[in-house]
Write a protein that binds this ligand. Structure first.
Ligand code: HEC
Length: 127
């Protein structure tokens, strides 16, 4: 029993160490972007960009693997008021232009696989 506990603690610390290594590999931009995603966006878009049940649920778009420039443009348009949406305009106005660049980098770097229902083949998406 004691042995089992020691093994579990050992493997837990290995798991933690690999998480820390993965975290250390993120660039500063991605780290900052992930922080914004976790603190501000995740309630509706998830940290991975897959819309959860927060906000208006079905009305929240998935934003993972989207082109960085597209995300930046949308966020800047919400911020300037060119695009009006009760939640997104307010949220974009809360964050700086650097935050926008960082969070756009974060969501654009998340990868997904595309499944085409017609040809039943899975192809990696066009990243
Ligand atoms: C309270 C829920 C909520 C939060 C929090 C939120 N969003 Fe949104 N977001 C939405 C909704 C709803 C839409 C759809 C808006 C529309 O229809 O114009 C949206 C739209 C967007 C779009 C446009 C997507 C497209 O293809 O048109 C982007 C980009 C986006 N959000 C990024 C973010 C980022 C980045 C954050 C964090 C800084 C964030 N959102 C936080 C609810 C939210």
């Amino acid at each position: 029993m004691k042995k089992l506990i020691i093994i579990s603690i050992f493997s837990l610390s290995l798991l933690r160490a690999s998480q820390l290594t993965a975290e250390a590999k993120l660039t500063e931009t991605l780290k900052a972007g992930k922080e914004i995603a976790q603190n501000i966006c995740s309630g509706c878009h998830g940290v991975s960009g897959k819309a959860g049940s927060g906000g208006n649920s079905g009305a929240v778009p998935n934003i993972y693997a989207q082109q960085r420039d597209y995300l930046t443009l949308k966020l800047k348009n919400y911020k300037s008021g060119k695009l009006q949406h009760p939640q997104m305009t307010m949220i974009a106005q809360m964050i700086s232009d650097t935050d926008i660049d960082n969070v756009a980098e974060w969501y654009s770097r998340i990868k997904v696989k595309v499944f085409d229902p017609d040809i039943e083949l899975s192809e990696p998406g066009p990243y």
